[in-house]
Design a protein around this ligand. Structure first.
Ligand SMILES: Cc1cc2nc3c(=O)[nH]c(=O)nc-3n(C[C@H](O)[C@H](O)[C@H](O)COP(=O)(O)OP(=O)(O)OC[C@H]3O[C@@H](n4cnc5c(N)ncnc54)[C@H](O)[C@@H]3O)c2cc1C
Length: 366
């Protein structure tokens, strides 16, 4: 599997993305996923809708048996699970879901976490890589969130906005609900990072860091000095230049958003094509210039698409609007296509846990 050090940057063309997905070694993935060089790094493509979950699964199943691909499909299912929870629960996923976080000393992110200065080398390197590339490995995200929430006793919300701001794959559901899973507000147990675990799964071995203790000590210890200084976040979205909203009223308007930039979708329709970036959404969930640039480059891959920075309600897009239904655009009107699911026979509802969702998925694919 290529790592980010080997590939220059994330792909934007659908063909490059499909080629990358076709190269996934699902059997190796199962053995290496937890190591910091073990992920497939396809999350920006899924988050931006360049490919769909069933497409990725089916491409991998062309080359691997179900049993070889089990772990990979299992992880893809986490994404589908969080998307379904967001669809069903709406904005409730943006506050403590099942129980309040406790104990909390501050809502503000520790300076050392934001600046990559915790003294835990693997974590600090992962923050540096996030700033350089917009990507962070799953295990590093867990260490980061666990350190911030459960060692630094920080409420998960503000730090989650910071991480989301920088991730090319920033997804409100996967991000918020994963932070809540780590912080114990949407799970039965908090995730506490220990140096021995970091040493096992990253190439950097270290001792005498603030998390170089047994789990019993880590769960009870006072907030270490390095995490006590807090910073107020000032996250803002810089909008890209907007194209002129020219719409031919004789044609339907096919509308894309930043979570659906699929260049193959609805190409059979002779249509106006608009990627609509709504400032009200980005004011609520700002993203970095690097993320905006990635979204713009993906948008430019859609043949004939114009990128418009405006609110849906302020535009006259004609009577025939076609869009992809998504929890970020509940106010859009027109003909909505449904986001393709890997497990269409599993009922759309909220599940008490991923395990209960996964059981249903397995039942429908027997
Ligand atoms: C604190 C925290 C914040 C996160 N924020 C995001 C986010 O904003 N956007 C996002 O897409 N993922 C998020 N995740 C989930 C996960 O870390 C990333 O999906 C994964 O690291 C992406 O890298 P990859 O493509 O190499 O994953 P791989 O391990 O190669 O997995 C393949 C695909 O499966 C899906 N997947 C795998 N694990 C998870 C998971 N735990 N939850 C949801 N989907 C998963 C992703 O779409 C991923 O691309 C977060 C996890 C944590 C702990």
């Amino acid at each position: 599997m290529a790592t980010l050090d080997e590939v220059e940057s994330f792909a934007v063309s659908r063909q490059d993305v499909l080629d990358q997905v076709s190269g996934i070694d699902a059997a190796r993935y199962a053995r290496t996923r937890n190591f910091t060089d073990g992920g497939t790094q396809i999350s920006p493509y899924l988050t931006r809708g360049l490919v769909t979950l069933p497409e990725v699964r089916d491409l991998v199943l062309e080359r691997f048996t179900r049993s070889q691909a089990y772990k990979f499909v299992f992880e893809l299912a986490w994404r589908e699970y969080w998307q379904r929870e967001w669809t069903f629960l709406g904005d409730r996923i943006f506050s403590d879901l099942k129980r309040s976080q406790h104990p909390v000393s501050s809502r503000r992110i520790p300076r050392a976490v934001r600046d990559g200065g915790t003294g835990i080398d693997a974590l600090d390197a992962a923050v540096g890589k996030l700033y350089d590339t917009g990507y962070m490995h799953n295990h590093a995200r867990m260490w980061l969130a666990g350190l911030t929430c459960n060692i630094g006793r920080t409420h998960w919300w503000e730090p989650s906005l910071w991480l989301y701001y920088h991730l090319l794959d920033g997804d409100p559901a996967s991000n918020s609900l994963s932070w809540q899973w780590v912080a114990g507000t949407n799970s039965n147990k908090k995730y506490v990072p220990a140096q021995q675990n970091v040493n096992k799964y990253s190439p950097l071995t270290q001792h005498d860091t603030v998390i170089d203790h047994g789990y019993g000590v880590l769960a009870e210890m006072a907030v270490p000095d390095v995490l006590t200084e807090r910073v107020e976040l000032d996250l803002r979205w810089t909008p890209p230049p907007s194209d002129e909203p020219m719409v031919d009223p004789a044609k339907p308007t096919v509308l894309y958003h930043s979570f659906w930039l699929n260049a193959a979708w609805r190409q059979d329709v002779d249509a106006n094509r608009i990627v609509l970036l709504e400032p009200s959404w980005f004011d609520r969930f700002p993203v970095s210039p690097m993320v905006t640039d990635y979204v713009m480059r993906c948008a430019r891959e859609i043949p004939g698409a114009r990128v418009i920075v405006a609110e849906f309600d302020d535009l006259d897009l004609g009577d025939n609007v076609i869009y992809m239904r998504h929890p970020s655009v509940p106010h859009w009107r027109g003909t909505a296509d449904e986001m393709p699911r890997m497990f269409p026979d599993v009922p759309e509802k909220s599940y008490a846990s991923f395990t209960s969702f996964w059981k249903q998925c397995e039942r429908t694919t027997r």
